[in-house]
Design a protein around this ligand. Sequence first.
Ligand SMILES: Nc1nc2c(ncn2[C@@H]2O[C@H](COP(=O)(O)OP(=O)(O)O)[C@@H](O)[C@H]2O)c(=O)[nH]1
Ligand SMILES: [Mg+2]
Length: 242
Amino acid sequence: MKKMIIIATYNEKDNIEKLLAEVFSYVPDTHILVIDDNSPDKTYEIVERLMAEKYPEQLFLMKRAGKLGLGTAYVAGFNWGLERDYDLIGQMDADFSHSPKYLPEMFKSLESYDLVLGSRYVAGGGVVNWSLKRKIISRGGSLYAKIILGLPFNDLTGGFKCFRREVLATIGVNELQSTGYSFQIETTYKTYLNGFKIKELPIIFEDRVLGQSKMSGSIFKEAILMVLKLRTNRDSFIRRKN
Ligand SMILES: Nc1nc2c(ncn2[C@@H]2O[C@H](COP(=O)(O)OP(=O)(O)O)[C@@H](O)[C@H]2O)c(=O)[nH]1
Ligand SMILES: [Mg+2]
């Protein structure tokens, strides 16, 4: 099974080198695609150096012109992975909120599931060091999406996920409409509607120690409206019988 992990970065110079080392230590046979949006702190230069000096076979960089958003970064990364015949395609943040220690179990779970969600809101999962405001937005957002979309999962806004390629090929990654946090809701919803098997794997999410969050109010508003739009267009997302 050919594995890859997509890591989107914007100003992650203090995290990226250590993160890559940790990911490769837990999953030595994976490839990693870093998608950097021309970070002002030059995160991409660190990645370029590591490609040349340390991981020439396993590390790849897609450098984009400017800050185009996390959703479009994942679409570009999914297409990159599908074109190169990866079987298992993961995604995680660069700031250590998603601990690489969970990756072996996430990939293992794809032997019997099609999508694995790193989940903060199931038994054994949790959030450490987040402000009360962030906790309410995250939990409330997941609950809102769960109720409106009728999904039997508790963490719908998390960005620590692994897909079997068939899922991405079926849901149509170029038709994903979200740019912000609702991107995570949208991929899980479309996966579920097409009858794929989804597992929630408990994770402890820790807030970043270095660098800054890019969360904003407009991302939040987009998510509220996008969930309603997804529900309205539900039937058009079903691509295969289940
Ligand atoms: N390439 C790219 N990466 C982004 C962008 N926005 C956020 N990221 C990355 O996406 C991940 C999650 O973002 P973060 O700011 O930690 O959001 P938070 O954890 O929800 O506060 C991090 O690895 C960021 O560097 C973007 O516009 N482009
Ligand atoms: Mg973060």
